[in-house]
Design a protein around this ligand. Sequence first.
Ligand SMILES: Cc1cc2nc3c(=O)[nH]c(=O)nc-3n(C[C@H](O)[C@H](O)[C@H](O)COP(=O)(O)OP(=O)(O)OC[C@H]3O[C@@H](n4cnc5c(N)ncnc54)[C@H](O)[C@@H]3O)c2cc1C
Length: 481
Amino acid sequence: MSIPADKTQFKTVIVGGGIVGAGIFRDLVLNGVETLLVEAGDFSSQTSERSSKMLHGGIRYLENMDFPLVFEALHEKNLWLKLTPHLAKEVPFYLPVYSDAKRPLWMIRIGLYLYDFLSSFKNSPYSMKSKSQTLQDIIGLNPEGLTGAGVYFDGIMDDAKITLEVIYDALAEDHAYALNHTKVVNVRKINNKNTLTIKDQFTGVETNIIADQVVYALGPFTDIFLKQYDFYNWQDVLLPSKGSHIWISARDLPIAYPIVMTPQDEFGDRVIFVIPHGDKVLVGTTEVPNKDDLFHVTPTDEEINYLIKNLNSYFPKLDIKKEKIIGSFAGIRPLVREGNSAGDRGKTSREHKVFQPSSDTYVIAGGKYTTFRVMGREVTQKICHRFRVSYNRDKTETPLRRPSVIEPFEWRLPSEADLVHICETEMPKTFEDLVMRRLSISTRAIWKENTSVDFDEYFTKHQKTLSKYFHVSNENIKNFK
Ligand SMILES: Cc1cc2nc3c(=O)[nH]c(=O)nc-3n(C[C@H](O)[C@H](O)[C@H](O)COP(=O)(O)OP(=O)(O)OC[C@H]3O[C@@H](n4cnc5c(N)ncnc54)[C@H](O)[C@@H]3O)c2cc1C
């Protein structure tokens, strides 16, 4: 709903429009609490569009004995597979096992059984494959030393679109407001009330708003934001962990199912997923300390070499060179420090934490994309309690009501009428918002590849229409080639 010009006071303001902020927004407004969501860039333009795009229980967290987290994540995975079938789908993941592996096939079998057990057997059931079956299913996989594979089921999804649709669904309520490209640039307590200065990132216009309750869902930006304000007395809580991905064309890496690679090397004992998304394959991730500016993280050469090296050890005949990369991206996991994790990012739990730096302010950090709904619930319940609103947890177990025009797994460019509809209903404010988050995953990953689709021609044809909504120059269009 658009905000009336004279409205400057809100029951709750959420700062941060990634999946965590979006989830709390929906939960609050479905339970009747007036809420404004404020996001500095486009919704879901930071960590929440740079994940490995899996709805998953986290098979590798079984090793850390994180059973409650895996149980919760599996439940959420299976719920969202049901609620958003157009944005997520269940697929078999192949975990190839080699004779020198740390975990032999029998151990994998136990792990996969436990995984299905923790899902209350709602996962499609795991299976074990012989060497020959595995090689038949996964074309090009290295046969040397292969003993077989375990196959289990998880979800693949469009992370940006789920966040957007969670926000669109919330906006169906008339006490829900959301602003993208609007940054919170100052916070003060005036007469004991939270006064936030928000700045329109295009016009530079600043406005003061008052919030009875504030929620910070800032992901990796939590510490740098909160430390600016003495009254929060904030101490760092995050152990930021960078992860990078590359996209390869399915022509160069023609696999039918996702593969889990388990290298044991200088980066420690971790996993790399190789996941087909239509005509592209997503490969990642790494797990390293971050050295970049948090708003502009990119994969380093070292991380890219690491991913390519492992791809070639699993698929030696495909001889994948760096030149075959058609896109790449990096994000920061907002992990919450643990006393005993001693800075080991891989072993640090993916649990979330809620902090309360002042009586009317919550800060939420950590967690996983998959568990966003249950993460947010803790905060929503407390806010409902404070405002004496009865809380119904089942309200978020309903399908999203405003599906986006372009579904993530379809390969189609919108018609002129669709483009107009997207611009009018899906809140893109820039050309990048449109291309990166309102079209399909395939469109997003395609711009560096030679393709039969001429993007120049397509966008130039629609430039006049798009220019009614935001600035589109020839330069913009070329940048997405
Ligand atoms: C490499 C990688 C792979 C991952 N893979 C998976 C996976 O496959 N499955 C899974 O379940 N989880 C995965 N995760 C975890 C998951 O992506 C994150 O836990 C989740 O996206 C974090 O969401 P968030 O809303 O907390 O943060 P964000 O999405 O970063 O949102 C925080 C928002 O705050 C905004 N902001 C910052 N400052 C201001 C300000 N001053 N004013 C207004 N807004 C502001 C930012 O612009 C940002 O959009 C992965 C994470 C990474 C990094």
